[in-house]
Design a protein around this ligand. Structure first.
Ligand SMILES: C[S@@+](CC[C@H](N)C(=O)[O-])C[C@H]1O[C@@H](n2cnc3c(N)ncnc32)[C@H](O)[C@@H]1O
Length: 248
């Protein structure tokens, strides 16, 4: 009797442990499967055709599907934004900017700018996005490009104690006024405390053009957007890269 109880307890215990273990381990696997089934390897039509990315394209089910059926937060990571495209192009064209550097790609989405920095020989790359699905997509995109994954962080770093980053990359992160303002003050602290270099890619969004930070930026490059990117981005025609050089 007691043996049976022990064996039942033990079986229950094993089941419980197995269930907990699969709860811990499966989400990433499920998300990976979902991403594989609902995105397409693309990127060839972007400003960085040498970087392959899993993206939401017109060939994917959810391009037309009712948005409420999408099981996660809005899939920013499934789009390669024009600001990120320009920034990644700039990084690839100027490998000395990230070579040997400790780089933070903040608001990394699909991870393209982090990938560009890795391809250029950055010493350490952190991809930071508050969407945990973006971290899985970034891992998958790194694998697609034959790279080891950067460290993916999903905490909100804006406002945190400035870490030892040499370079912070911001692709299309000035789409919301409140976000832009909190970023602005945090960047000032990172520059003041750590001497961090900050590069911003933006296609001329109103929230960016109208923000206080805009007049403190120096333009480094301008890229004409490919036709398909223009069509998907309602009239945006070019995207620029800026360096943030405040007098602090
Ligand atoms: C417009 S997308 C840009 C993605 C990528 N940089 C690109 O250019 O393709 C903005 C991304 O920022 C992320 N994001 C928003 N607020 C954030 C925050 N406080 N910290 C980190 N990521 C954030 C979103 O989840 C989204 O993936």
């Amino acid at each position: 009797m007691s043996g049976l109880l022990t064996s039942r307890t033990c079986t229950r215990h094993v089941r419980l442990v197995t269930r907990c273990f699969s709860k811990i381990c499966q989400p990433d696997e499920n998300i990976r499967r979902f991403i594989s089934e609902n995105t397409e390897v693309a990127g060839g039509q972007s400003l960085t055709p040498e970087i392959k990315l899993r993206l939401l394209t017109p060939n994917c089910r959810f391009w037309r599907e009712r948005p409420e059926l999408w099981p996660f937060d809005d899939p920013y990571w499934a789009i390669y934004w024009p600001g990120g495209q320009a920034l990644s192009r700039f990084i690839l064209d100027n490998p000395e900017v990230s070579r040997g550097q400790t780089v933070l790609d903040l608001g990394s989405g699909c991870g393209a700018s982090a990938i560009a920095a890795q391809l250029c020989g950055a010493a350490h790359v952190v991809a930071n996005d508050i969407d945990a699905v973006a971290a899985v997509a970034t891992h998958m995109n790194c694998e697609l490009n034959g790279l080891k994954s950067p460290v993916c962080v999903t905490d909100n770093l804006i406002g945190s104690e400035p870490d030892g980053f040499d370079l912070i990359l911001l692709g299309d992160m000035f789409y919301d006024e409140a976000l832009a303002s909190s970023l602005h003050s945090w960047l000032d602290r990172c520059i003041r405390v750590r001497g961090t270099k900050v590069l911003i890619g933006d296609p001329g969004r109103a929230q960016f053009e109208g923000h206080d930070i805009r007049r403190l930026l120096h333009q480094l490059a301008q890229f004409e957007l490919p036709e398909s990117v223009r069509e998907e981005n309602y009239g945006l025609t070019c995207s620029r890269v800026w360096c943030y050089h405040p007098e602090l």
